[in-house]
Design a binder for this molecule. Sequence first.
Ligand code: ATP
Length: 502
Amino acid sequence: MEKIVSLCKRRGFIFQSSEIYGGINGFWDFGPLGAELRKNIRDCWWNDMVRGRDDVVGLESAIIMHPKVWEASGHVAGFNDPMVDCKVSKQRFRADQLFFASVIVDGRAAGYVSALESEKTAEDLQEKAETFKRKKALAGKLEPVQPRDFTQAKPDEIPLIPSPATGEAGSLTAPRAFNMMLQTWVGALRDESATAYLRPETAQGMFADFKAIVDTGRVKIPFGIAQIGKSFRNEITPRNFIFRSREFEQMEMEFFISDQDDWARWHRYWIDWCRAWLVSVGIPAARLSEYNHPREKLSHYSKGTTDIMFQFPFGPQELWGIAARGNYDLSQHAKFSGVAMEYFDDATRRKYVPHVVEPAVGVDRIMLAILCSAYAEDEAPDEKGKMESRVVLRFAPRIAPVKAAIFPLLKNKPELVATAKQVRDLLRPHLNVFYDEAGAIGRRYRRQDEIGTPFCVTIDFDTLGEKGGELRDTVTVRDRDTMKQERLKISKLLEFLLSKIR
Ligand code: ATP
C-alpha cells in the first residue's frame, strides 16, 4: 500500500488536501493524472449506466437540500456511528473498529488488551495478550483471545480496557452516537432555523425529484435515475488513504420497479451488472467477492443488501453496495412533504408507490481499487537491452489517464520533432495524448509505464523515409504490457488506437 501511496504522490495522482498547512484529515486533492483518471471513471460509468441504456436517465441535484429531506430519510435521527473517546490522548475511535479481548490464563481472566481493526486484528490481540502475560509474570496456559468490538463491551468492562492510543486502561468513554452529517447555515441567521446539511449521499436527490422526472421525462417503470456527485460524511476515523474520507464522490442509481415485480431478480441483475462493469474498467474478477448483510442487521425496510467486496491490500472491504430498499424512501418523502409519490401505470390503470433497487458506489473507492489492481513491478530492457526493474500501472486502456505518448526519437532533429507534433495534433481531438521529447527513449517509456499509458508512439528516421518509401509515414507503436513494437501507417494510427481503447 505504501508503494501505491508514494507513486500517487510522486506522479501527481493524489495529494493530501491543504498540505502546505499540514493537511486536513479525510480530504484529498487529485492532481493532473488523478483528475484524468477520475474523469474517465465517471465517463465510463455514465456512458454505460445512462447513455448506453434506454431505461436510466441522469440527474444533477443540489448538494444542499431542504433540511426536511434528511428528517424524512432518517439521517437526522439515525445516521450515527458509535464513537469512543480516549480522555488522555484526545483521540476518537469508531467503537465498531476498536477491538478488545480478555486475557485468560488457566481459565482465569487476568485483564484486557485492545487493538484497532486491521487485517490482522486477532493476531495483534494475541501478541498483546502474550506480552501482557509475560510482563505480569503470570504462570499457566494462555487461552486464544476472543476478539469483540467495543460496542459489545459491558459497562463494568469499559474502565478496564486499555486505550489503543496510550496502552493504559481507564481513559476510554462508553460509546456514544455521533451524527455524521456535516452541518452548515443557509442565509444570514445562524440559528436552528437556518441549519442545513451537506448531503451524506446523492440518493435523496433522486427520491425528492422522482415526481418531477416522472411528470416530465416520459419514463416508464421499470426505470432508473442516476447521479454522480460529491457527498460528505464527518467520518470519525477517515483512513486507508482515499478509502474512507470526509468528502467523497458517489455514483448512485435508483432503479424503480413495480411493487408487484420480483425485487430479488432485479437485485441480482444489478449485482451482476456492477461486477461486470468493474471488470470492464480493469478490476480482476478474482479480487471481487460478495457479502450479503445478515437479515437481522438490515434496516426494517430493507429487503436485502449485498456488498461487492474488493480485496484491498488492507483486507477485503466494501466497494459497491446494492440495496433493495422497498418503497421506504418514496413513502417517507410522501409523508414528510405531503406530496403523493405514486406512479400511475397506464396499462393496468393502477396507482402505486414504486419499490427501488439501489447500486451505490464511490468514485474514490473505485479509483483506489483500480490503482491497487493496476500496480505491478516487473522487468524491462533498457536501451542496451539490459534488464532493469520497472514500475507499471496496468490500467485498462479505457480508464488510463493518458492513452498514448508521442515521442520524436531525437529532440535535436527538427524533422522528427515536426512530424511528432503533427501526429500529436492528429490524435489530440480524439484522445488524451502526451508529447515528450526529453531524455533517452527507454527513460521515456519507463515514465509512461509508471503512469499507465497503454501505448507509446515513436517517430524515427524510417518515418521520414530514410530507409526507402515503404516505411515512410509509418511509426512504431509500443504496447505497455507486452512491450512489443509494431509499425503502423500514420493514417491507420487513430483507428488502431481507438479500437484498443474502447
Ligand atoms: P461504510 O460501511 O464503508 O461506511 P456505507 O455502507 O455507509 O459504507 P453507503 O452508505 O452504502 O456506504 O455508501 C455507498 C458507497 O459510497 C460505498 O459503497 C462506498 O463506495 C462509498 N462511500 C461511502 N462512504 C464513503 C467514505 N467515507 N469515503 C469514500 N467512499 C465512501
